[in-house]
Ligand binder design. Structure first.
Ligand code: NAD
Length: 376
């Protein structure tokens, strides 16, 4: 009997993406799996049911999951959904392993083998599975557009009969995957772009995109290519140098993050008050607390003439392409887990071992297990 993959309609509020798009069905055929989807699953992402060829359909989750071997999702299941997944099935998607212990306990009760895309190691071989990067790319692009949209100024230089418009000045904070895309997008819109990151390795990347690197004299190279948390002294030094650049900015896009931790607070209320009236801050880190002290997730506020936007679930704003990239990431992960039409878990494979959150009723990801044991 061949493997059945179930793809539910996402239930999280505001989520428009879908885990599987029509163009990857052929890739799944090659893996020898059958696909069953919940009716309307792709609609919000621009993929109505009739575009999916060779897929069977279920109207309710219980019918969708009956006899399914693998479940593919975008967002983590709710606690209740986790408790209803097929027993001993495989679950692939975002799992938000840094929180949601009740969900993880329910996955273990059902002996679900869950693979968290957040845990995929950032090694060259796993780049095609790296959903954090694919979705961050989209988010960076959208944030730059959002900044341009919210700004009362134009981004490009214009020379017209009615006068010359000077190009906008944009500062991007955090030059990881999202930040670099924000720099490239703001440049394409014609802005003068400056950027800052605690990892000095980003200087060259910023400059290769035509941005100017802001040197605050603080470097925070951490393990695995990520940043470490800064000391209080380092934070103060960083804040003052940055403030001098933010004072002149028309648009600011912040993307700074430390995996599994609240977002670092980089722009204080005092710094916002030093900024020009009409300036815009788009805070991509809003959902994890924000890089700006004043950010409110899901809201757009105005503080003394400065607009601060804290958009949530930004990749979902470009649901079609975000789903296409995400679906490819999932298919590439599946190709490591399904061999000759059967599930084959090779625990010697670093990608398989590192990205597994739960298996056989146990939490395999050590930091998550230790946190949960500490919570008991
Ligand atoms: P992220 O989303 O965790 O963080 C975004 C950026 O914020 C990072 O560049 C980080 O250095 C920066 N940051 C953190 N604290 C800061 C602070 N206080 N001030 C300013 N900036 C701060 O990171 P990401 O974009 O997902 O990835 C970071 C890096 O990981 C990439 O740029 C790359 O070098 C590496 N990476 C490697 C692979 C791979 O090899 N397969 C894939 C993706 C990313």
């Amino acid at each position: 009997m061949s493997i059945t993959i179930a793809v539910p309609k996402e239930t999280a509020s505001g989520e428009r993406r879908v885990a599987i798009v029509p163009s990857v069905i052929k890739l799944l055929d090659k893996l020898g799996v059958e696909v069953r989807m919940q009716k309307g699953a792709g609609e919000a992402a621009g993929f109505p049911d009739h575009l999916y060829e060779g897929v069977s359909w279920a109207d309710k989750a219980d019918k969708l999951y009956a006899g399914a071997d693998i479940v593919l999702r975008v967002q983590p299941p709710s606690v209740e959904e986790a408790g209803k997944l097929p027993e001993k099935s495989l679950l692939l998607g975002h799992m938000n392993p840094h929180e949601g212990d009740s969900r993880i306990r329910n996955l273990n009760k059902r002996e679900v083998t869950s693979f968290a895309l957040e845990l995929v190691p950032r090694i060259t071989r796993a780049q095609s599975i790296d959903a954090l990067s694919s979705q961050a790319n989209i988010a960076g692009y959208k944030c730059a557009l959002l900044a341009a949209h919210l700004s009362p100024k134009l981004f490009p230089m214009l020379t017209t009969a009615a006068g010359t418009v000077r190009p906008a000045r944009v500062v991007v904070i955090g030059a990881g995957v999202a930040g670099l895309q924000a720099i490239a997008t703001a440049k394409r819109l014609g802005a003068i772009v400056e950027a800052y990151d605690v990892r000095s390795a980003t200087k060259e990347q910023v400059e290769s995109l035509g941005g100017k690197f802001i040197d605050t004299g603080v470097s925070a190279e951490g393990a695995g290519g990520y940043a470490r948390e800064l000391t209080e002294e380092e934070k103060a030094q960083q804040a003052e140098v940055l403030a001098q650049h933010l004072e002149k900015a028309d648009g600011v896009i912040t993307t700074a993050a430390i995996p599994g931790r609240p977002a670092p607070k980089i722009i204080s209320t005092k710094t916002v008050e030093r900024m020009q009236s009409g300036a815009v801050i788009v805070d991509m880190a809003a959902e994890t607390g924000g890089n700006c002290e004043l950010t409110e997730a899901g809201k757009e506020i105005n503080h003394k003439g400065v607009t601060i936007s804290g958009p949530k679930n930004i990749p979902s704003m470009a649901a079609t392409h975000a789903s296409e990239m995400y679906a490819r990431n999932l298919c590439n992960l599946l190709a490591l887990l399904v061999k000759d039409g059967e599930i084959h878990l090779d625990w010697e494979d670093q990608v398989v071992a590192d990205s597994c959150l739960t298996h056989g009723g146990e939490t395999r990801h050590t930091p998550t297990r230790e946190r949960m044991e500490g919570d008991k």
